[in-house]
Design a protein around this ligand. Structure first.
Ligand SMILES: O=c1ccn([C@H]2C[C@H](O)[C@@H](COP(=O)(O)OP(=O)(O)OP(=O)(O)O)O2)c(=O)[nH]1
Length: 143
């Protein structure tokens, strides 16, 4: 089992845990109560900093119910937390855009994350011709 050092940056949010029977994604909590007007952008503090193991990164995504419950969109679609983001003040955030007036209450489970192994180091070799057959370009397989 991998161990991750975690620092909670605020009182009053639940500690991270698996929700039994759900999945291996782990929910993250809003660290403060935030009221947004339609069209507002806000970095929602998630109240945690972590030391992700070397060779891994975390992917942060909305929960499926986040839009239904709060009307917010995660503007970067998926957040990437690098393992170099590991200091005491490297708090995790969820950047959101409000599509309606809304309130997110402190400790609400607003998004979720998992860690993923880093990809291998890639070397790009410039060529004039690639080896594969054309597939027809973007969106060519029909609806
Ligand atoms: O949704 C996110 C995305 C990123 N981060 C943190 C962790 C990540 O390691 C750091 C930087 O993210 P990224 O490299 O994607 O952003 P950038 O715009 O390139 O900023 P930087 O100049 O800090 O690298 O911000 C979050 O807390 N939430």
């Amino acid at each position: 089992m991998e161990q991750i050092k975690i620092k909670y940056l605020t009182d009053g949010i639940d500690h991270l845990c698996y929700v039994g029977g759900k999945s291996d994604w782990i929910d993250l909590h809003a660290a403060e109560t935030i009221t947004l007007k339609t069209g507002d952008f806000k970095l929602i503090p998630l109240g945690v900093a972590m030391e992700i193991p070397q060779g891994y990164e975390a992917h942060v995504a909305p929960r499926s119910s986040t839009f239904k419950n709060y009307g917010v969109l995660q503007v970067n679609s998926v957040g990437i937390v690098d393992c170099s983001y590991c200091g005491d003040n490297d708090q995790w955030f969820m950047p959101v855009y409000a599509t309606r007036d809304t309130t997110i209450t402190k400790n609400d489970r607003i998004c979720q994350f998992r860690i993923m192994q880093n990809q291998p180091t890639l070397e790009f070799i410039q060529v004039e011709q690639l080896g594969g057959a054309d597939r027809g370009g973007f969106g060519s397989t029909g609806r």
